[in-house]
Design a protein around this ligand. Structure first.
Ligand code: THU
Length: 136
């Protein structure tokens, strides 16, 4: 699909974040850029660790940047990789917390882009509403 308007900027920010990813072990560089409801963009790359299991994916790093700056609703996320890989399951759940209707743009190094909603990527999900309904 063709990326237009403010999504172009978001994709460019994800690609720029990918260039700064710290991935010396896997060599798989990922960049993510999140647009909050305020219009602000928060971007990050994956951050690996010599203790491999401590690695943080780009999507979660970007979400944590946004939320720790006060954003509570995330509107669109762009994820940039070499091969157009999709967000992992853990990241889908973390994204879902801040916007079930969130748009997810997945882009490869040639700029080929696929668009989803979080509901496409994580159907019948568990979220904050489930806890709000609990009996006390
Ligand atoms: N990775 C991400 O940053 N996001 C994903 O959604 C999938 C995987 C990272 C984690 C690790 O640094 C590398 O890609 C290989 O798994």
């Amino acid at each position: 699909m063709t990326v237009e308007g403010e999504d172009q900027e978001l994709v460019a920010r994800a690609q720029a974040a990918r260039a700064l990813a710290y991935a010396p072990y896997s060599g798989y560089h990922v960049g993510a850029a999140v647009r909050g409801a305020s219009g602000q963009i928060y971007a990050a790359g994956n951050v690996e660790n010599a203790s491999y299991g401590l690695t943080v994916c780009a999507e979660r790093a970007a979400v944590f940047k946004a939320v720790s700056e006060g954003e509570r609703k995330l509107v669109t996320v762009a994820v940039a990789t070499e091969n157009g890989g999709s967000p992992c399951g853990a990241c889908r759940q973390v994204l879902r917390e801040f916007g079930l209707a969130m748009r997810v743009l997945v882009v490869d190094s040639a700029g080929r882009t696929r668009a989803y909603t979080l509901a496409d990527l994580l159907p019948d999900s568990f979220g904050p509403e489930d806890l709000a309904e609990r009996e006390t």
